[in-house]
Write a protein that binds this ligand. Structure first.
Ligand SMILES: [Zn+2]
Length: 659
């Protein structure tokens, strides 16, 4: 146990809370630099344009006629669908267009740090003006309930994403204020948050509700941090504390609408993690994105309040997710039915839902667990989701998107331009554009380095400005050189993650070897010293290739092997290996080689091996026969999973047959 954690247990308060460095304080180059450039130069504009194409401006602009219902309703609850004239619990993605605007504004804000874009900024300012005009005198703001379904506000928190939309607009407002210094949207959302705080809370007379799609909790924490207003933090804590408490709010709310609570479309409140109070939850259940946003909010509140009861619950949930329900890519939520979790070890590959937003949500959750102190248990998983199951959702050029991220495809799963439910594009956009803030977190006298890659971070520690320059070709190469440049000598602890995938690591400070075992705690090496200008830290992470095997209880992966190198999971694609990838076998003894290919897929390291392929050519026409197929030697080539489907469309496979 590290010192700050034991101190936290004694006092009930964290003596050191680690906060991520703000986005503009980290310049990323190299691998992440390319990704941020794709978002800043293409995705950010594309998000705005596609929102406009989808008619989202019409909905928020009070000067235009209401567009009415643009996309037909779906998923009606049987009881409420049968209630004449009442459509309150049917769900249309149009209900959460405000959230798509919120995330689009957030992506634009982070992108403006990278690259000036006057046209985009003007477009976003115009959107903000519309929200200003739309806002009601009492502070209320929902384009759906004001323009499409008036008169029904706050009647169906379970299904209709009202507070969720508020949360995304708040996140957009905070980011836009920080990026541009313009307060208008922040002021609008503070008025709305004040309205929400007047309506909901533990005080007598207030509504005891919370949202069916978590998000407002973590957004209010951001708003509290940005404005210094404690009441927003208290409201976030209230939403967390109230969730799942009996009598159940969603039951009472349904009855108040004249509906039968049991007729809920998703049957169980596990779907939205309100089946029991959050501190009693021990299994990751229901809709995956909802779960990740809830746990992110819980982690924020655990950090802010030094609340160990939340931390204990979060650790149980973390264990459950990572030992039973996580794809090797960091994808989560195998089922399309509930867009979420099913049963332990159920990880189908071809039908994996593994929504881009869910992996992004896992990154959010993991990064917030790091608020309680450096621990590779969280950071390793954050890295896995970042480099694999989340950025696979965005084409290399930043223009096309995946909603589902399967681990096997027959060739028909390709990125699309836009989606009926466009939650994923702006989610991956905002995550990539703000990647710098996931690299580092800062405490009173410590800096933790969670991610490696060519980058420069600037921060103040003990009143002294410090730059920290990482030089590295990570993730292609494991050599990381860090130069520490304080304005004046300053003492602090530098925590460096030693990833669990790395079998051999060496660390030197100014050329002198450091005993990593002795210096490490929770997967981080800690170096405390008085740092001088020009001090140099060299971390060498062995990037040998790994074969990964799944727990034998995963029926879909038994007898199969996945390839990994450093943080990257690999896959084979038809374009490199001919079709019918299921016929390929990789012998356990096959030697696997790594090849830097600077001209492939924006510059990647590919893997190759000699495998075998079951011959179909001389099989004949019989469907079955007593003799096995002949096998032919074949050269196998694997590319990083995140980069698949950026060339000719075709089959893809992560888990290869082993033989
Ligand atoms: Zn999504």
């Amino acid at each position: 146990m590290t010192a700050h954690k034991s101190a936290a247990r004694k006092t009930g308060k964290l003596s050191l809370a680690f906060r991520p460095l703000p986005v503009p304080q980290v310049d990323v180059r190299g691998f992440w630099g390319d990704r941020v450039d794709a978002v800043a130069s293409r995705t950010a504009d594309i998000l705005y344009e596609r929102c406009v194409e989808a008619r989202m401006l019409e909905q928020i602009d009070p000067d235009r006629p209401s567009p009415g219902l643009v996309i037909p309703f779906h998923s009606p609850s049987p009881d409420e669908a049968a209630t004449p004239g009442f459509t309150g619990s049917t769900v249309t993605t149009q209900m959460f267009w405000d959230s798509d605007w919120g995330k689009t504004i957030e992506t634009a804000a982070y992108s403006l740090y990278r690259r000036r874009n006057d046209r985009l900024e003007k477009n976003i300012d115009a959107v903000i003006d519309m929200y200003e005009k739309l806002q009601q005198p009492d502070g209320y703001l929902s384009s759906w309930y004001q323009r499409i379904q008036p008169g029904l506000r706050w009647t169906n928190l379970r299904d209709c994403h009202e507070l969720y939309c508020a949360g995304h607009l708040i996140e957009g407002a905070v980011a836009y204020f920080q990026a541009t210094g313009k307060r208008k949207l922040l002021d609008i959302l503070c008025r709305y948050a004040d309205h929400i705080a007047d309506r909901f809370g533990p005080e007598p007379g207030k509504q005891k509700g919370y949202c069916g799609h978590e998000e407002i909790e973590l957004a209010l924490v951001k708003l509290a941090r940005a404005t210094g207003q404690r009441k927003y933090m208290e409201l976030a804590k209230y939403f967390i504390d109230q969730r799942g408490v009996e009598p159940h709010y969603f039951d009472e709310e349904a009855r108040a609408r004249g509906a039968d609570p049991k007729a809920y479309h998703f049957k169980t409140y596990e779907y939205n993690q309100s089946h029991r109070p959050v501190r009693e939850q021990d299994k990751v259940v229901g809709h995956a994105v909802r779960a990740m946003y809830l746990y992110s909010g819980m982690a924020d509140i655990a950090t802010e309040y030094g609340d160990d009861t939340l931390r204990v619950a979060l650790d149980r949930l973390w264990d459950d997710l990572t030992t039973k329900s996580l794809y090797v890519t960091g994808g989560i939520g195998p089922s399309a039915h509930n867009e979420g979790f099913t049963s332990d070890y159920d990880l189908p590959n071809e039908t994996a839902y593994a929504e881009t937003c869910a992996s992004v949500g896992l990154v959010f959750w993991a990064s917030r667990m790091l608020g309680m102190g450096p621990d590779a248990r969280y950071a390793d998983m954050m890295e896995r989701a970042l480099y694999n199951g989340s950025i696979s959702g965005l084409s290399l050029d930043g223009s096309l998107f995946f909603y589902e991220n399967p681990l096997e495809s027959r060739g028909k799963h390709n990125r699309w331009k836009w989606h009926r439910c466009p939650c994923c594009p702006p989610n991956i956009g905002r995550m990539v554009a703000s990647i710098g803030s996931y690299f580092y977190s800062l405490a009173d006298d410590a800096l933790a380095v969670h991610l490696y890659g060519d980058s420069t971070a600037r921060f103040d520690i003990a009143g002294t400005p410090v730059s920290l320059v990482q030089t590295s070709n990570y993730p292609w190469d494991g050599a990381v050189s860090i130069r520490v440049e304080p304005d004046a000598p300053v003492e602090f602890t530098l925590h460096l993650r030693v990833p669990s995938w790395c079998r051999k690591a060496t660390l030197k400070v100014n050329g002198a070897s450091v005993d990593l075992d002795a210096a490490s705690n929770d997967g981080y090496a800690a170096i405390r010293r008085e740092w001088q200008k020009g001090d140099r830290v060299e971390l060498d992470l062995d990037m040998s290739i790994s074969r990964l095997f799944a727990n034998p209880q995963v029926r879909q992966d038994i007898g199969r092997v996945a390839l990994a190198r450093g943080p990257l999971i690999y896959c084979v694609e038809e374009t490199d290996n001919a079709g019918q990838l299921h016929r390929i076998t990789l012998p356990r003894t096959a030697e696997i080689e790594a090849h830097p290919e600077p001209n492939l897929l924006g510059g990647v390291v590919t893997l190759s091996a000699t495998g075998s392929r079951a011959e179909a050519e001389n099989w004949g026409t019989a469907l079955y026969r007593p003799e096995p197929p002949a096998a032919q030697e074949t050269k196998l080539k694997a590319v990083p999973y995140f980069a698949w489907d950026n060339r000719d469309p075709g089959e893809m496979l992560v888990w290869l047959r082993e033989g």
